[in-house]
Design a protein around this ligand. Sequence first.
Ligand code: SAH
Length: 349
Amino acid sequence: MESWKDIRSLNMEELTDAVTAAGEKKFRAKQIYGWLHQKLIRSGDEMKNVPAACREKLLKEHPLYGVTEVERYVSKIDGTTKFLFALHDGNIIESVLMKYRHGNSVCISSQAGCRMGCRFCASTLLGLERNLYPSEMLDQIYAIQKATGERVSHVVVMGTGEPFDNFEALCRMIELLSDENGLHLSRRNITVSTCGIVPKIYTFADRYPQVTLAISLHAPNDAMRRELMPIANRYSMEELMKAAAYYVEKTGRRITFEYSLVKDNNDCREHAEMLAALVKGLNCHINLIPVNPVKEREYEQSGMESIRAFQHILEKHHIQVTVRREMGRDISAACGQLRKGYKERSGNG
Ligand code: SAH
């Protein structure tokens, strides 16, 4: 089991141990937890009712790590806001706030960079820098809520990184986020997207049956998937679909498949037919995503006509399907393009 020392990654039990180890009374733990996870403090000295000596002692052993806003882009089209954040060691990550009728959704990163190597994705171009701590995942949400004054009701782990490649930190983040002493977000309002690390799908379904799972599929068979996603060489489509079926059976909930449509690659009618056959009988929802062109890659977005045709074929087979609305088109860049652009501009690219 991994463990973290920074104070915002600790759960109540660990924080209580830390507080008593610092020679303080137990009740302080709950007080401090409230400052960290409800009042969403940005620095340790905001904990007004905690004696300075106690704060100092604690924070020396358990530093307060979080994110610091570096840049912000607001879409004139739909208000979608993208944030570039710096971590305590200078790494840069990105997060997005999307406003929907049903509430505010924040898309967070789980790693600085990514090592999964999906061919159409910008996040992976510079490889993996490091895993994020639970606190750094949480603080993306906290910092956005604090900076905008908008209450965050939904969290999607779909930013840079592969959440199941940083599994224990992801789990801790979910536990802290849904804790009644913190923001107390319903686990049903959390969505985790994976490129398909099969063994972790099983563990995740067992541990967090309320959390929504999305699997990045992007192809209807092994051969095509292997061309787009290196992870498909490690786990076959058959293994992946078995794990998806396990999630649905175990949780009684619908699973989401993401399918990015790439022009003349995976967007033909026959691919839609194959995809329909693949998911037949499974309680699922398919989210079609017009691929976001990345300048380092040659992939092009499918035309609207192919997208609609693809959608209709799935509908004909009674599969629930939506085409993802493109949010914040004018502020460029999904999936790591902002972070990469920043690194290039600042000479670290
Ligand atoms: N690693 C996780 C989550 C991060 S990516 C995963 O693979 O699911 C979130 C989603 O965006 C994934 O479905 C991913 O495949 C997709 N994606 C990445 N780059 C994209 C691009 N250029 N255009 C469209 N979708 C993209």
